[in-house]
Design a protein around this ligand. Structure first.
Ligand SMILES: Nc1nc2c(ncn2[C@@H]2O[C@H](COP(=O)(O)OP(=O)(O)OP(=O)(O)O)[C@@H](O)[C@H]2O)c(=O)[nH]1
Ligand SMILES: [Mg+2]
Length: 174
């Protein structure tokens, strides 16, 4: 199975977060200070799953717009490596880290295998995503996660387990 050391994964250090996301940071570890944050709520992480073409991306996009109107902009993550256009401002986009077409070429895979393997590669670095979420955990009420149409990526493969269990950690999900 693929490993994170392959050159199909692009960025090596803490650069997987989009700098043009809703708010700026990257000024060192700015985790919320202890006293003030004790009463603040942790974000709810919403992983959007569903059959191919069932409206996941549209739902994430509409919910993002709605939350912006409610002055509660979400932290948004795109986990679909094969999508052409992401219709919402993604704070983290798997496509910035994993080159889906290269993965297909390098491992001799078809489109579905390419998506599963891309997710597996990304999952090996999901600890970095968790660090970004942790840094912003008191700034956002919601973390929205769009997923690829291949629902089996989450229900059957290790990457789904790694990603969901990371997010369900007691400190991250209410
Ligand atoms: N009628 C109707 N169409 C919708 C709805 N939500 C999405 N669509 C349409 O369904 C198509 C697929 O929507 P997407 O949001 O891309 O679906 P998806 O689940 O993200 O698709 P994949 O990522 O390819 O699995 C698009 O043409 C949308 O405009 C809905 O609630 N009603
Ligand atoms: Mg989609």
């Amino acid at each position: 199975m693929a490993t994170a050391s392959t050159n199909t994964t692009g960025k090596d250090d803490g650069t997987m977060e989009n700098k043009d996301g809703p708010s700026t940071e990257h000024s060192g570890p700015t985790e919320a200070s202890s006293g003030d944050t004790a009463q603040k709520k942790l974000p709810v992480c919403l992983i959007v799953l569903g059959m191919a073409g069932s409206g996941k991306t549209t739902f994430v996009q509409r919910l993002t717009v709605y939350l912006h109107t409610k002055k509660s902009p979400p932290y948004v993550i795109n986990l679909d490596p094969a999508v052409h256009e992401v219709p919402f401002p993604a704070n983290i986009d798997i496509r910035d880290t994993v080159n889906y077409k290269e993965v297909m070429k390098q491992y001799g895979l078809g489109p579905n295998g390419g998506i599963v393997t891309s997710l597996n590669l990304f999952a090996t670095r999901f600890d970095q995503v968790m660090k970004f979420i942790e840094k912003k955990q008191y700034d956002h009420e919601y973390v929205l996660i769009d997923t690829p149409g291949q629902i089996e990526v989450f229900t059957w493969s290790a990457s789904g387990t790694i990603i969901t269990e990371s997010l369900v950690g007691p400190q991250h999900l209410q």
